[in-house]
Design a binder for this molecule. Structure first.
Ligand code: TRP
Length: 359
């Protein structure tokens, strides 16, 4: 079977470093190395609306931002179909049919939905649309017959739920849907990059993000105010690595060549860590090092973003063309689904023969 890759993001803000190490970087690698027939990248605006329905302009404004983020990290629109979820109406239709295959109690048990309900304070007033978004995510994946779904760890329950829907559908109706598999980022630290404040997750609502579009000065300020080891007061004090965000980021971003370039007195991260733990390395020094690394990663991304901002009409065309292509593909699957579900009255030969006018 030929591989079909699909993944996506909610357009609720600009993408940040957490997205970069957790997924964007992997996607660019996949786009260039993997063996695949089609690769899709979806801007999940319908899903974003499930918890931002009263703020449609926020979602609308971020469509272009996210597209710019994709293109500026090196997603190639000639290799990857970038599209907007809401413009593929087959996805909404599929969602409705899949709803029959999932119980309310199963949705309630979905760990991601559970924690998001708490996070958003929905308590007993959970919008039905939000509650059922894992079903719409199953539609996103199956509409394209994607077998590979590169995601972060927090999305695993969604893929599990999709697998169950595929299994149930194929069992009851016909073998139409393809079983998907999640692919996690290869570097363990990248599963969930903490925020600059040391909190569990880099997230817009916590205000602890470094954005791909941050300029050098903003980046420097953010890195210099990063959480380290509160007991590492003087340079000579022994420092802690665990929970020290600067080192977590170094684990995620630093490569040996960065030492040659920015800190030649050490060979690799192990050496630097050992010295820091023993005492004798100041926080300013490691922060400057991290800043240099991040700036060297973000600079080419900024330049590319700037280029695309200068030809925004081209970006708009990419989205329009991608959405058309995605719609055609999803419609094909929708037809197969409707055939399998026996709701194909006006294209079904048996029905036509039996009921249509014969002059
Ligand atoms: N839920 C994903 C997120 O919040 C976005 C998403 C929507 C997605 N549909 C998808 C990811 C399908 C992978 C496959 O990031």
């Amino acid at each position: 079977m030929e591989n079909i890759i699909l993944t996506g993001d909610r357009p609720t803000g600009k993408l940040h470093l957490g997205h970069y190490v957790g997924s964007l970087k992997e996607r660019v690698k996949m786009q260039n190395d993997a063996n695949y027939k089609d690769m899709y990248l979806m801007i999940a605006d319908s899903q974003a609306l499930t918890d931002n329905f009263s703020n449609p302009n926020k979602v609308r404004d971020n469509i272009i931002e996210v597209a710019l983020d994709y293109l500026s990290v090196g997603i190639d629109p000639n290799k990857v179909t970038i599209f907007i979820q809401s413009q593929v109406s087959a996805l909404t239709e599929l969602t409705f049919y899949y709803m029959n295959l999932v119980t309310v109690s199963r949705l309630k048990r979905n760990p991601t939905v559970k924690s998001e309900i708490n996070l958003r304070g929905f308590n007993n007033s959970i919008p039905a649309g939000f509650f059922t978004y894992p079903i719409s995510q199953a539609a996103d994946i199956t509409a394209f017959k994607a077998n590979i779904v590169p995601v972060g760890e927090d999305q695993l329950p969604m893929i599990e739920q999709t697998k169950e829907i595929v299994h149930t559908f194929n069992n009851i109706y016909d073998e139409v849907l393809v079983m998907p598999h999640a692919v996690l980022p290869s570097n363990k630290v990248c599963f969930r990059l903490p925020g600059t404040d040391g909190k569990n997750k880099m997230s817009k609502s916590l205000g602890n993000c470094i954005y791909l579009s941050d300029d050098s000065d903003t980046l420097k300020k953010k890195v210099m105010s990063m959480y380290t080891d509160p007991n590492h007061i003087r340079v000579d004090d022994p420092g802690k690595i665990e929970g020290n965000v600067v080192f977590t980021y170094l684990d995620a971003f630093c490569e040996d060549e960065h030492f040659e370039k920015f800190m030649p007195e050490y060979k690799n991260l192990e050496q630097l860590k050992a010295h820091y733990q023993k005492g004798g390395v100041g926080d300013i020094k490691i922060k400057k090092f991290l800043y240099n690394i991040l700036d060297s990663i973000l600079e080419p991304i900024r330049i590319k973003r700037h280029e695309y901002e200068g030809k925004i009409g081209y970006v708009y065309e990419i989205l329009k063309k991608g959405s058309k292509k995605a719609s055609d593909t999803a419609n094909e699957t929708l037809n197969e689904v409707k055939n399998a579900m026996r709701i194909n009255y006006f294209i079904d030969k048996d029905f036509i023969n039996k009921y249509s006018y014969k002059e």
